[in-house]
Design a protein around this ligand. Structure first.
Ligand code: 5GP
Length: 173
């Protein structure tokens, strides 16, 4: 039986103020550049909705979906669904993720865009869980670094549940 922690690990107020800071930092860094923001669905949907609405930069907003098939394969097989190349080639790409854990998803996404002639590619993640990293990946922008907990809320799920919670909680057994 899994439950969520009584108290949030990160509450909505803390999330929103950090999101605001990151948005200001991104606006500064991408000033005058052709920027495409790519949202990794579903986990980053609320993060992306909040951060992009705090940004003043002129952006193209795209999304991709990643399916991880664990099965018997040693590494997850990633299937990416995304939009047309017009939003990628020659443009600066900022990938928005909910959480970087092993780093496999992030590496697959970054490689995917590298192969499509983006001008630059950076990763912005709401949460970073460096304790479980397998791949070498350093997100340029990090909302919060957390310990090795499984977290839910603010877009992140457990078997499809808890995404709509405004705070981030630890899942406990
Ligand atoms: P990675 O490929 O870095 O191991 O995992 C990235 C993906 O795994 C995240 O985008 C997220 O969907 C899922 N994930 C990793 N850690 C957590 C967690 O603590 N909570 C939830 N809900 N999803 C997680």
């Amino acid at each position: 039986m899994m439950n969520i922690s009584n108290r949030p690990l990160i509450d909505a107020t803390a999330i929103q103020s950090r999101v605001k800071e990151l948005a200001a930092q991104l606006d500064g860094d991408y000033q005058g550049r052709a920027l495409t923001v790519v949202v990794v669905l579903n986990g980053a949907m609320f993060f992306a909705a909040d951060i992009t609405r705090q940004m003043r930069a002129d952006i193209l907003l795209e999304s991709i979906r990643v399916r991880s098939y664990t099965g018997t394969a040693p590494a997850p097989e990633l299937t990416l669904f995304d939009a047309g190349n017009d939003a990628i080639a020659g443009r600066h790409i900022l990938v928005l993720e909910d959480i970087v854990d092993s780093g496999r998803t992030a590496v697959a996404i970054l490689n995917h865009f590298r192969a499509r002639q983006a001008a630059s590619i950076s990763l912005c993640t709401l949460l970073d869980k460096p304790a479980r990293r397998i791949e070498t990946v350093e997100p340029v922008y990090i909302g919060f670094t957390i310990d090795d907990h499984f977290v839910v809320g603010y877009g992140m799920d457990y078997n499809g549940r808890y995404r709509q919670l405004p705070h981030i909680y630890v899942l406990e057994s």
